[in-house]
Design a protein around this ligand. Structure first.
Ligand SMILES: [Zn+2]
Length: 106
């Protein structure tokens, strides 16, 4: 099993899952019910994630996920490079250091 996608939006994870299912790639969503529960896990680790069950599909699944990511990138999730932290949607400053957030460029 391999993770091919993660998003702060569960809705986005659903879209990626459906996209993969449509082309016959078996996958499932992890963290479906812990979205927003900030605990001991690193921030992004608590996001909904899409995992594929068969590793041989990884390249194709990742390409589809990347394509979705690119098309859906409206800048809603911003990133603080010095802290290596993602901001919350709607916030333009880093919660940690207060710097302006930048779009995540990967
Ligand atoms: Zn910061």
């Amino acid at each position: 099993m391999l993770k091919v996608y993660s998003s702060i939006n569960l809705f986005d994870a659903y879209i990626v899952r459906d996209t993969l299912n449509d082309v016959g790639i078996s996958c499932f969503i992890c963290n479906e019910h812990v979205s927003g529960a900030l605990g001991e896990l690193p921030y992004t680790e608590s996001w909904p994630q899409v995992w594929i069950t068969q590793n041989l599909h990884f390249d194709r699944a990742r390409a589809l996920a990347m394509e979705f990511e690119k098309n859906s990138n409206t800048g809603s999730v911003l990133y603080c490079k010095p802290c290596n932290e993602f901001g919350s949607p709607g916030f333009e400053c880093c919660w940690k250091c207060g710097l302006d957030l930048q779009p995540d460029e990967g």
